[in-house]
Write a protein that binds this ligand. Sequence first.
Ligand code: ZN
Length: 246
Amino acid sequence: MSQVQILPPAFTEIGCFNGWLKATIGWSILLLGCTSMRIIAMADTHTLHRRVVVPDGDVLVFAGDMGGYGEIQELVAFNKWLGTLPHKHKIVIAGNHDWCFAKQRKPSEEILTNATYLQDSAVTIDDVSFYGSPWQPEFCDWAFMLPRSSEQLNLCWSKIPTGIDVLITHTAPHGILDVARGHHVGCEILRVALKRIRPKIHIFGHLHSSYGRDEIDGITLMNVSVCNEEYEIVNKPQEITYNATA
Ligand SMILES: [Zn+2]
């Protein structure tokens, strides 16, 4: 059987061949030590998840508010829907509407069989570290809220390890994609904490009218809220490819 061999340009020139070989080996080493991960991120479906078109990817991140009132039945439906999605890994945090996790954390985690639930905790997938937390500065009487600029919030954020790759919170940091009714309402302490944590990517939701993406001090920040203030699905899940060198 004849075999077709594709040779690099200028194969006959030994100098060029050596260069090509070195480059090939170099690229191979680089690729072997590199994780390329496609992350799909969304938040705030408020029971309307079935109306969202979710692109395929390696990891699906849900940054809180799957429910309306956080009832167990809502979580059961959400988990069933997650089971229909093709992503190999799924990470979920709670938001201020997800009372079931605030009131009955263990039974709720047991229902969420199709995802990894993070609550002030971390998980590492293919050498990429994720940390998730549901807390936000107080606004009316909702789940996972603590007084604005309080020591309790400071304690929450101080638990986040420095250098985590992907940070997932329900609240935005103050001043970045955090406008609601004309005011910046993100967390001031989280904004300061970001300087220490220095994640590569920060994913959040909560503030429905501030969907978008920004880049500040080498951190990609994404407000991935898919609904508007009227709780209608109007935005797409966001996609980002994360390249990590091991
Ligand atoms: Zn919401």
